[in-house]
Design a protein around this ligand. Structure first.
Ligand code: HEM
Length: 513
């Protein structure tokens, strides 16, 4: 997410007038300094009006902020425009925020993008920690993504993995866009789980989602000056968001109404919308569930479930291609485990120890959400420093995963780091217990779908390396794989991964025909 800078002429005029007004206001009232707070965390140099915003320029925010932390320490106070913000980059401070003081930091920061697209924060991911959120998270964990339901999604997952394998077999020896097909794979699973089918508007929704996720990260210029309503009104991005929301609303209205007429899910006859409609009708919850709430939650599932898993599979394949040793080792493990089988079962995937390490290492280097956004409602203390009320708190998962204090040769892709005996990293899990590795977050806002996400990633990767050998397109080597990250809330790779699958017929025989 780079900051949107208003460089076209019309906005330049508006922007100049706005800056003039701000300077005047700031001069008179010093509006943006958090007055009265002693012992704020250390800060870099600050400019009038924009505060520390200039420190975000020059790359994606998790990288620019990592550089800020390297210079100023693990807890840094930043005044991003009008928004008091705190950057957290050490294991100890993260534990303080996500574990020891979890309830105090369980809100989410506001952003125009998430407010518009996620129904005024009535979803789960962007909602503050209110009674409504507690109720909806409970529903999500007990009814929608319970271990029982995640198991019942197995047939959907296997079906879609098979479709992917069949497509790749038909393209054997040809260069294909793996990124695109992996994205289709994860979005088909999320669609079928959420809507009961791969909806005809899937591609429109995916295109909207990509744009919405880019704008929802809280890095739009207007997000930094919430009191400047004019800036919001004239924001071109806000206009784009409102148009997208209108379109999204009519698609989701159609889907919810269809479900009201006919129960159409495929696992146990109930998909996520069916389950939400059932709970709405039962009236068993203290806070009534409205149709708007249902639309917010299903867009949440669709958005949180699609790009995160797709990006993880894509990064893992890119890393495996760049590391033939690891690719050979994981292929050997998977091929040995599936030898003689006629079907790949999820229970078999669960036994693949090295594959699990590959996934862990991928998530360490490439967490889909490198900056965990939290907010505190009241004044708090972290490591003795004052965190002003309503601060935006950004936990830099990317810094934690690559800190040389916690990891040997942190930039190397070395799945073995998690298995070495007498190595502290061997006991590190993904469940929010070890703050140096928290790709699913931690504490009461931790990802409620960790098992679902890991199952999607595990099954697809196992099939990709079991059935196929992978080569670079002619004239290219694995050094040509571009590992640049793209702008987006879940940070995917910028360039598509173009690879050539080849397969041996004996491995496919009996398995997919
Ligand atoms: C590799 C896959 C995934 C990764 C790495 C991931 C990561 C995350 C992270 C970092 C958070 C924020 C946690 C925090 O603030 O502490 C989160 C929240 C969330 N995730 Fe996931 N996720 C994945 C897959 C999924 C899937 C498949 C779904 C649903 C179908 C999902 C649904 C959610 C929801 C609803 C939240 C909001 C929870 C809240 O704010 O209380 N995620 N996820």
């Amino acid at each position: 997410m780079e900051i949107e800078l208003p460089f076209n002429f019309t906005t330049f005029i508006l922007f100049s007038s706005f800056i003039f007004l701000l300077i005047k206001k700031a001069w008179n009232k010093s509006i943006f300094s958090p007055k009265g707070y002693e012992n704020l965390p250390p800060s870099p140099s600050k400019l009038p009006v924009i505060g520390h915003l200039h420190h975000l320029v020059g790359g994606l925010p998790h990288h620019t902020l990592r550089r800020v932390a390297q210079k100023h320490g693990p807890i840094v106070y930043l005044q991003l425009g009008e928004v008091p913000s705190v950057l957290i980059s050490s294991r100890e401070a993260t534990k303080d925020v996500l574990k020891l003081q979890d309830p105090a930091f369980a809100d989410r920061p506001e952003s125009i993008g998430s407010k518009i697209m996620w129904y005024d924060y009535t979803d789960i991911a962007f909602c503050n920690y209110t009674d409504y959120l507690k109720q909806m998270r409970k529903i999500c964990i007990l009814e929608l993504l319970s271990a029982k339901n995640v198991k019942s999604f197995v047939s959907i997952r296997q079906d879609e993995a098979l479709n992917l394998v069949k497509f790749l077999r038909s393209s054997s020896g040809e260069a294909i866009n793996l990124t695109e097909h992996v994205f289709k794979f994860t979005s088909s699973i999320t669609c079928r789980v959420t809507f009961g089918e791969v909806i005809r508007d899937r591609d429109t929704m995916l295109a909207m989602l990509k744009k919405a996720l880019t704008l929802a990260g809280g890095f739009m210029l207007a997000d930094f000056f919430p009191s400047m309503k004019l800036l919001q009104v004239f924001s071109w991005d806000r206009y784009k968001l409102l148009r997208m929301r209108g379109k999204l609303d009519s698609i989701l209205d159609g889907i919810v109404n269809e479900h009201k007429l006919k129960q159409s899910g495929e696992f146990g006859g109930e998909d996520v919308i069916d389950a939400l409609l059932r709970l709405q009708k039962s009236g068993q919850y203290q806070i009534p569930i409205t149709d708007e709430n249902i639309k917010a939650i299903i867009f949440d599932m669709f958005s949180a479930g699609t790009e995160t898993s797709a990006a993880t599979i894509d990064w893992a394949m890119a890393e495996l291609m760049r590391s033939p040793r690891v690719m050979a080792k994981v292929q050997a493990e998977v091929r040995e485990a599936f030898k003689g089988k006629t079907k790949i079962e999820e229970s078999d995937v669960q036994t693949l120890k090295y594959l699990k390490l590959v996934i862990k290492e991928t998530l360490r280097l490439h967490p889909p959400f490198p900056l965990l956004p939290r907010a505190c409602r009241d004044e708090c203390k972290v490591d003795g420093y004052t965190i002003p009320p309503k601060s935006k708190v950004l936990i830099n998962i990317c810094s934690l995963g690559r800190d040389p204090e916690y990891w040997d040769q942190p930039d190397n892709f070395e799945p073995e780091r998690f298995e070495a005996i007498n190595n502290n990293s061997s006991s590190i899990d993904l469940y929010g217990n070890n703050m140096e590795l928290i790709p699913f977050g931690a504490g009461r806002r931790m990802c409620p779908a960790i098992n679902f996400g890991l199952a999607n990633v595990g099954l697809s990767l196992a099939q990709l390396v079991f059935f196929f050998d992978w080569k670079m397109p002619q004239g290219m080597t694995s050094d040509d794989i571009d590992m640049t990250e793209a702008v987006g809330m879940a940070v995917p790779r910028k360039a598509a991964l173009i690879l050539v699958p080849t397969t041996s017929s004996c491995r496919l025989a009996g398995m997919i025909d």
